[in-house]
Design a protein around this ligand. Structure first.
Ligand code: CP
Length: 301
């Protein structure tokens, strides 16, 4: 089976650091024709702006061509074709598959069927490992290091797959976590037990103000409406947090605000022009990191 990226656990600490180094090279030299003749499939069973477009741009910048779909309504899936048959067929056409799917475990299943590497571009509330690698890249770029940082994750810690992948990846780097969420969206116990097993310290709070001023990274997240079965529950928590410029007067000078995006109301637009806002650059970094992931999985870096 070719090497795939389904969970952040699929990459060792050394591989993670290697990806970050290659991404930095690609940031300096944004177009390299190393994948001429290769074809990448981007198949998205769920909506996306950044992940799909940055993977497609990354493929183009490396000289590969791209096929795929972003709307299953135009595919034979509407006729009842199975995921297994879809993946078997696409993997015979291309050299690498990037896939987003609403079902947890769908990408792992695809990687067991495909004859080419598969990159999980998000599977339900489970994992989003390419987002995690770009988050790590952004943390390293802004803090100059990955070790011994206080990372404050805010918002939907229950359904936010980027949170789940990031806390696992950061475990290599002696982090100190703050988990800021309403009671309804607390980090699931399986992740806390995992952190306990590794001896990684964390604090839980409902109050955004509690750890704004001693955090190195504030990792804001959107409440994931699409994962709620009861929309009344969503309405109760959707506007629980709103980070505003006036709240940033006493934060650490090195503090940066990250957000995987899309943003709804959780960050006021008056934050955008402060020196603390990094989320647009973070999204740009995704392109370099995804160039690195593709090049690495295809054996070119
Ligand atoms: N961060 C992220 O996954 O964004 P998209 O849903 O737009 O791809």
């Amino acid at each position: 089976m070719p090497k795939s990226l389904i969970s952040i656990h699929d990459f060792s600490k050394e591989e993670i650091l290697h990806i970050l180094e290659i991404a930095a090279e690609f940031e300096k030299n944004k177009s390299q024709n190393i994948l001429a003749g290769k074809v990448i499939a981007c198949i998205f069973f769920e909506p996306s702006t950044r992940t799909r477009l940055s993977f497609e741009t990354a493929s183009n910048r490396l000289g590969a061509r791209v096929i795929g779909f972003s709307d299953t309504g135009n595919t034979s899936i509407t006729k009842g074709e199975s995921l297994k048959d879809t993946i078997k067929m696409v993997s015979n056409y291309v050299d690498l598959i990037v896939m987003r799917h609403p079902l947890e475990g769908a990408s792992r299943y695809a990687s067991e069927i495909a004859s080419v590497p598969v990159v999980n571009a998000g599977d339900g509330a489970n994992q989003h490992p390419s987002q995690t690698l770009l988050d790590l890249y952004s943390i390293k770029q802004t803090q100059g290091k990955l070790n011994d940082l206080k990372i404050n994750m805010v918002g939907d810690l229950k359904y936010g797959r980027t949170v789940h992948s990031l806390l696992q990846a950061m475990s290599h780097f002696s982090p100190n976590f703050v988990f800021t969420s309403p009671d309804e969206l607390m980090l699931p116990s399986e992740y806390k037990e995992w952190l306990d097993g590794k001896g990684i310290p964390y604090t839980e709070t409902r109050q955004l103000s509690d750890h704004l001023n001693d955090s190195d990274i504030i990792y804001m997240t959107r409440v994931q409406q699409e994962r709620f079965t009861d929309l009344m529950e969503y309405e109760k928590v959707k506007n629980f947090y709103r980070l505003e410029k006036s709240m940033l007067d006493n934060v650490k000078p090195n503090m940066k605000i990250l957000h995987p995006l899309p943003r709804l109301n959780e960050i006021s637009t008056d934050v955008d022009d402060t020196k603390y806002a990094y989320f647009y650059k973070q999204a740009e970094n995704g392109m370099y990191v995804r160039m690195a992931i593709i090049a690495y999985l295809l054996g070119y870096k």
